[in-house]
Design a protein. Structure first.
Length: 143
């Protein structure tokens, strides 16, 4: 019996909406990453970018469990000497919750070209309004 190998050019990509209101940020990010990879499909192939488009709405209303809102930091380095910067998640969720969600999903995708291409199909919005009604997205209800 031969193994099925998906081809990226023959895929029919769907659009899904995930509502992050009142849900933990990490769980929403994990669901989005699985949809972007295509792990919910019976034709999933690890080395092929076979996932769907994902729209995450209400990112400003996502929650961080425990005391993470006060203790967790996003750290990055500018590349210059002494260039280590850090931003608390309390500040990030107040100013730019879309970036917090994007970073969480990015960390859950593979760190190669498959993950980079999958991340281009992620759309993140602070509120419930989005501009993708023409694509007829479906609500993703599975937890």
């Amino acid at each position: 019996m031969s193994t099925y190998m998906a081809k990226a050019e023959t895929l029919d990509r769907k659009w899904y909406i995930i509502d992050a209101a009142g849900k933990p940020l990490g769980r929403v990010a994990a669901q989005a990453a699985a949809l972007l990879r295509g792990k919910h499909l019976p034709t999933f192939t690890p080395n092929v970018d076979c996932g769907d488009h994902v729209i995450v709405i209400n990112c400003a209303q996502a929650v961080l469990t425990g005391n993470k809102i006060n203790q967790k930091y996003y750290r990055y380095h500018t590349g210059f000497v002494g260039g280590l910067k850090e931003v608390s998640y309390k500040e990030m969720m107040a100013k730019n919750p879309e970036k917090a969600m994007m970073l969480a999903v990015k960390g859950m995708l593979p760190h190669n070209t498959v993950g980079a291409n999958a991340l281009t199909r992620l759309r993140v919005y602070k509120d419930a309004e989005h501009v993708h009604q023409a694509q007829k997205p479906e609500m993703w209800t599975q937890e």
